[in-house]
Each structure stands twice: as C-alpha cells, then as structure tokens.
Design a protein around this ligand. Structure first.
Ligand code: SF4
Length: 337
C-alpha cells in the first residue's frame, strides 16, 4: 500500500483534522484497491468506536406531497419534474399512526418531513400532536425548508429535539435555494438549541472531487451530530436523469472519507438508501421511510422504495453491526459549537 495514503488514514484515525489536499487524495484512491479496503476498514473502526458499536435506525414520515417551487432537480416534488401535480396532506391520524408504528418497530428517532411549500404553523401543530402521542423519549426531528431563528425556537417549543438539514450538491444551481440560506438555517437551529443532522448529498456521477470536499467541509463546520454521504436516486424524466447514479461501492468510499474527515465528537455517519457495503464501510445510521419521499414517485413510499425498520436492521446485522435499542444516542451528543 502507498505510504502516503497509509499515513493520511492513520493520522485521521489518531484524531488529526484532515485538510483539503489529504481529503482529495483519499477521494482519488482507486476503487477496490488495497488502499480502498484500508480506508473502509478505518472508516468502520472509527464509526464503531464513536458509537460504542451500536448503529441506529431513524424513521421518517413524509407529511405532504405536491409540486414545490424550490424546484430542486433531484427531487420528485420539484415542480419541473411533474411527478406530483396536486398538493396533498396526509391526515393527522395517518401521520400519527405511521410515527407510532416506526417508534414501536424500534426506530431510534422519528422525523417529520414536509416540502418547502408546507405551512409552518400547520407543521408545528402536527409536530406537537405527534410528540404528545409518542410513547417513549424517542427524539422528534424536523426535516423542513429553511427557517428563521424565531421559527427554530417555535420548533423547539413544539417538542422537536433537532433538525435534518443539508447544503445539497449543486445548491443554488440545480435548486432555487441559495447556499447561504441553508447556512443561515444551520445557524438559527444551533442558536435555538436544536441539534443538527446533515449529510453530503445527493451525490451524482457528475460531481467532482472539489465539490465533494466543499460539502464535507460545510457539513463538519456545522457541528452536526451526524454527517454522512448519500447518492441521488434517479427521478425519471428529470434534467439530471441522464447522468445516472453513483455505484454503492463508490458511495462506500466517499462515506468512509467523510467519516475520517469529520471529528470524532460527531458520532453518526449515515448513508441512504440503506445498503450493506455502506454499513460495512462504517455507516452507523440508516433510514426507514413512510409517507411521501423526495426520492420516490408515489405518495406512500412504504409501498415502493422506502425500507421499514426491520429491513434496515437486517442490513445492519448483515454488515456485522449491533443495533441500538431505545432513543437515539446521536441526538444526545454534546457538540462544542
Ligand atoms: S428537496 Fe425540498 S425544497 Fe427542493 S423541491 Fe424537494 S421539497 Fe422542495
């Protein structure tokens, strides 16, 4: 194995914060080379150590579907993609049932996802109801559009512990959201005491190493409780569909680099959609999904692309992980801001 790569991997394992050039060299390792498997081994080792060997499964419920004016090219709700032509909101009873089902089947955190169009007050009301009905201390997490500090405080008061938010690949170019807007939301959430989960996503084959490095830096500087890497799922007929998808093997490579480039105080490393090689490479967080889903073309993803908690557990066990029982430990992590 090349000494230089060995040195970078070992330095990262020993707590050195990798810089741009080192991350670039790791991202440029040949797939399935000796260096590649060393990288996966060390990514996995760090992931295991920072979560005491217990992976987590977080469950997301999509509360609405329909065309969204932010028009992200990779999202099935993007208005130009013409997948969903009508606005639809699931009933409170149904959202509640899906959240409770996920909790009961062992999800370690429950997320409520809404499109950027969705009314904030209505979202808060749904959140309060779900929080009240959840039977355990499982954290409730918001996955919504950008928001202000005042809105972040309202989310906290409604019972949300944290948010999922990301500066996506191609932000401002394949989306109608400025990168700076996403960063303002990170800031607002942090100030209001909401923990952040994030990820380098949605990765496509056209993304170069420079943009991947940029997004790894943005993610780690946001001081999240988890980072990770996820690929774009092709939305048929979208402007990005001709680019195809990144292989799971390449994603496992990027995921391991994200782990090694992210400080150890960040315990989680997620990937999506769930897959065994990602979990082997150190993904200690996988996703179960119900309701609407920006990667799916039907309103109830549990009948199509979405995996349930049992399937995620199977994948983690296949990859040699134990799965945490009870509320997420990632969302209890104290991250120095
Ligand atoms: S990713 Fe979010 S903001 Fe972008 S189109 Fe989809 S729902 Fe709207």
């Amino acid at each position: 194995m090349k000494n230089r790569i060995k040195e970078i991997i070992e330095d990262a394992y020993n707590g050195k914060l990798l810089m741009e050039q080192e991350i670039r060299e790791l991202l440029e390792i040949d797939l399935c080379s000796e260096e590649f498997f060393s990288l996966l081994y060390m990514g996995r080792k760090v992931s295991e150590e920072v979560c005491a060997g217990r992976a987590e499964i977080h469950g997301q419920v999509g509360v609405n579907s329909g065309p969204c004016h932010c028009d992200c090219a990779f999202c099935s709700f993007g208005a130009s993609n013409k997948i969903f032509n009508k606005q639809r909101v699931e009933s409170l009873e149904f959202i509640m049932k899906q959240s409770l089902d996920l909790e009961q089947s062992g999800a370690n955190a429950i997320y409520l996802m809404a499109t950027a169009r969705f009314n904030f007050q209505q979202y808060l009301e749904i959140g309060k109801h779900v929080r009240r009905e959840l039977r355990t201390d499982v954290p409730l997490i918001a996955n919504i559009s950008d928001f202000t500090y005042e809105e972040a405080v309202s989310l906290r008061n409604a019972g949300f512990t944290g948010i999922y938010h990301a500066a996506r690949m191609g932000e401002g170019m394949v989306t109608r959201i400025e990168l700076s807007t996403r960063l303002v939301t990170f800031e607002a959430a942090g100030k209001a005491g909401l923990s952040l989960g994030t990820c380098v996503e949605p990765l496509g084959p056209e993304h170069n190493v420079e943009e991947i490095i940029e997004k790894i830096f943005i993610a780690r500087e946001a001081k999240p409780v988890y980072s990770g890497a996820a690929r774009r799922i092709t939305i048929p007929g979208s402007s990005l569909s001709d680019n195809g998808m990144v292989s799971e093997t390449r994603m496992s490579h990027i995921l391991a680099v994200v782990r090694l480039a992210t400080p150890r105080e960040v315990p989680g490393n997620c990937t999506h959609e769930p897959n065994v090689i990602g979990a082997v490479a150190g993904a200690n967080l996988l996703w179960a999904e119900a309701g609407s889903n920006p990667r799916d073309i039907v309103s109830n993803t549990e009948n199509n692309r979405g995996f349930d908690v049992g399937k995620c557990r199977e994948i983690l066990v296949d990859a040699g992980w134990q799965v945490l029982d009870g509320p997420s430990k990632f969302f209890k992590a104290i991250i120095e801001k």
